[in-house]
Design a protein around this ligand. Structure first.
Ligand code: DGL
Length: 272
């Protein structure tokens, strides 16, 4: 991959398997409002969380190649599944451009927040079976106990907008009961879609458990890194993100409103 010249005005590239990564766009916008963001959501091939490692790695490389055409100064992997199984591929594909994934940022924040040293992780099957969160946490502190639970139904529930729905509550209670019995004091939302269900999850876990939103964690990390490299965009304008998707499902506009709380700007359709 040829190297390109980067400057503080260069964009930040963000990608996800679909629209869920908009939770990361929202967090980065809140933290770094004048940064130019280029977002790619692979809506034609979502979900990644139920696919094999080989496929996830191939998609991760192709998504990064697409973003590299826009000469970004940084790439943020908004997808937990790609962060868990293919971060090295993204790094190789982006050459010397710094890459940050939601997983490491979320793991670090969880380690900082836990008092009891008992952390719960929820995510897609691929993320949970990879054990990547537990590895990242135990790399920082090997005395921390990590308890994980795959919650595959949360993604379709969030996409259906079943945020405050009785069915979601039943499923969430079922998924979370096992983790709650482990006396965790910190729970990582290890999937792009879960911040949408945060209110419901919190109402079940109660006030004694700190919720870690990987989207917020990665945004804070991006700011730290850009600031350390003197690469923060000095502009004062609030930049509108450039959005790209590989398929434009009918309900995209609706989902955009759900994830971002605002009307959808223009979206570019790209072929993968
Ligand atoms: N973006 C995925 C993640 O954060 C969730 C959706 C999917 O399975 O592709 O793990």
């Amino acid at each position: 991959m040829p190297q390109h010249k980067i400057s503080p005005d260069s964009p930040i590239g963000i990608f996800d398997s679909g629209i869920g990564g908009l939770t990361v766009v929202k967090a980065v916008q809140a933290c770094l409002p004048s940064e130019r963001l280029i977002y790619f959501g692979d809506t034609a091939r979502v979900p990644y969380g139920s696919k094999s490692q080989v496929t996830i790695r191939k998609y991760g490389r192709e998504d990064t190649e697409l973003l590299m055409k826009y000469q970004p100064k940084m790439i943020i992997v908004a997808c937990n599944t790609v962060s868990a199984l293919a971060l090295d591929v993204v790094q190789q594909t982006s050459g010397e451009i710094p890459v940050i994934g939601v997983l490491k940022a979320g793991a670090e924040l969880a380690v900082n927040q836990t008092r009891s040293g008992r952390i719960g992780i929820i995510g897609t099957r691929a993320t949970i079976y990879s054990n990547a969160y537990a590895c990242a946490i135990n790399e920082i502190d090997r005395n921390i106990e990590v308890f994980s639970k795959a919650c595959p139904l949360f993604v379709p529930l969030a996409e259906e907008g079943f945020i405050d729905h009785a069915a979601t509550r039943l499923i969430a209670e079922e998924y979370l009961s096992e983790l709650l019995s482990k006396q965790i004091d910190t729970l990582v939302l290890g999937c792009t879609h879960y911040p949408i269900l945060r209110g419901m999850i919190e109402s079940i876990t109660g006030p004694g458990i700190r919720i870690i939103d990987s989207a917020e964690a990665v945004a804070g990390k991006a700011r730290e890194l850009l600031s350390a490299e003197s690469m923060l965009n000095p502009g004062t304008k609030h930049a509108v993100p450039h959005l790209m998707v590989s398929d434009l499902p009918q309900k995209f506009r609706e989902l955009y409103r759900l994830f971002m709380g605002t009307e959808m700007p223009d979206v570019e359709l790209v072929e993968m």
